[in-house]
Design a protein around this ligand. Structure first.
Ligand code: MTE
Ligand code: MO
Length: 422
């Protein structure tokens, strides 16, 4: 299964000339009136191939209808804050960030994971079935946030997908610890970094062009929570999220959590795969004046993500009768750190009221908070939320340090409400 159906259509939603000839070849005959196919219409016969598990898959088919498509080639889809209200993010509400095209074949039965690189004693290949039986499985809730989440809030604007606040989620992942597998393989003392390789294709369709191959320092790779996962929320990982095997590294840019994982290289230097070098997933070492883009040598790799929080209820735009208390809730997270406190403000940050904050289910899971505020008069309000991590670092109220690629915007989340009546 799993050819990306979207790649068959042009920008306006009509079948591309090239894909029409592919379909014709598959069908063994021409499609009469192919020129009259409605937008985004895949002839039924190919939908049936899909049901049999060998045709194109539409990543949006299983998603909540209110997710927002930022781009469909590659798929970049975000979740409005009010849809992130669940304690654990369900599959239909988890954001999508693809850098390339989904792999054409996802065959779990034949899937293997190879561990190689300069710093393994000898390369080794495991079948997925072996990973599942040979090592002890673990389950963790892990926050994954795209480093570009919040990019649309930067002034001046930076290039890239204009995520608002929905490029984040906290699903429950099951798999084996990468550290257990690496111990089984055997590492040399030279191990510095790991890098992943996935089966997706470059947008050009050229198999020789790498899409993305990122990684983490060996210490992060060896943490208990770093998983080679085959299940999400107790089910097979959905195709678009990396079926049948993905790396899951909580608390760091989600770009290090490689989907459709087939190889991990244990490197004796900082991994230099696609999107590890240049300015990708990097920020200036020293703060820059907004708009200034220093040379690549003045950038550093983003590691743990900054402290952040969301108001997931109510939905922005609520009308509240005057005199009624307003119940608020949401989540907070802080990369490798725990969140120590959350506060809310209804007067644009002039005064803050503490929220109730729960402990995380496990390290690197997001934490749930609740609060109640009492708007004193009728009129327009904004509710702002601000989290502080265990090191005492708080979210900036408006915009954090501007950076040329638009990463790590952890400004306070805000919703608007109207209090009506007298
Ligand atoms: N193989 C592969 N892994 C990948 C990506 C990708 O394009 N290809 N995108 C990365 C990025 S940038 C992000 S933010 C997360 C998104 O994970 P999700 O789509 O499951 O939410 O996957 C990461 N892993
Ligand atoms: Mo990302």
């Amino acid at each position: 299964m799993n050819n990306d159906a979207s790649s068959l259509f042009n920008r306006r939603g009509f079948l591309k000339a090239g894909s029409l000839s592919t379909l014709t070849a598959l069908l063994g005959t021409n499609i009469v009136f192919a020129d009259r196919l409605p937008r985004h219409y895949l002839p039924l016969v190919f939908d049936q191939i899909d049901e049999n598990g060998s045709g194109p898959v539409d990543p949006m088919a299983t998603k909540n209808k209110n997710l927002v498509v930022l781009n469909d080639k590659p798929w970049n889809v975000e979740t409005p804050a009010y849809l992130l209200d669940d304690a654990v993010t369900p599959a239909d509400k988890l954001f999508i960030r693809n850098n390339g095209l989904m792999p054409e074949k996802l065959d779990a039965a034949g899937w293997t994971l190879t561990i190689n690189g300069e710093s393994v004693k000898a390369p080794r290949t495991y079948t997925l079935a072996e990973l599942k039986t040979k090592f002890k499985p673990h389950t963790y809730q892990l926050v994954m946030e795209c480093a570009g989440n919040g990019r649309s809030g930067f002034v001046p604007k930076t290039a890239g997908n204009q995520w608002t606040e929905g490029g984040v989620g906290c699903a429950e992942w099951t798999g084996v610890r990468l550290k257990d597998v690496l111990a089984d393989v055997g590492l040399t003392n030279s191990a510095v970094y790991i890098g992943y390789y996935g089966k997706d294709l470059h947008l050009s369709g050229d198999p020789a062009q790498p899409v993305i191959s990122r990684g983490v320092p060996i210490a992060k790779a060896l943490e208990d929570e770093t998983l080679l996962a085959w299940a999400m929320n107790g089910q097979d990982i959905p195709p678009v999220h990396g079926y049948p095997l993905r790396l899951v590294v909580g608390g760091w840019p989600a770009s290090v959590s490689g989907k459709w994982l087939h190889t991990i290289a244990v490197r004796n230097k900082v991994h230099d795969g696609a999107k590890m070098t240049g300015k990708s997933y990097r920020v200036p070492i020293h703060p820059v004046v907004p708009g200034v883009d220093p040379p690549a040598s003045d950038f550093k790799i983003i590691e743990s993500m900054p402290v952040k929080s969301l108001i997931t209820s109510p939905k922005t735009g609520l009308e509240l009768p005057l005199g009624k208390p307003l119940a608020l809730r949401g989540h907070a997270w802080a990369g490798d750190r725990a969140v120590k406190s959350v506060a809310v403000s209804i007067d644009f940050g002039a005064t803050w009221q503490p929220a109730n904050l729960k402990d995380p289910k496990n390290r690197l899971a997001w934490q749930h908070w609740t609060a109640e505020v009492n708007p004193p008069l009728s009129g327009y309000y904004e509710v702002w939320v601000r989290a502080t991590d265990e090191a005492g670092v708080s979210q900036p109220m408006v915009m954090p340090q501007w950076n040329p690629e638009g990463y790590c915007n952890n400004a306070c989340h805000r919703i608007a409400i109207n209090v009506v009546g007298q």
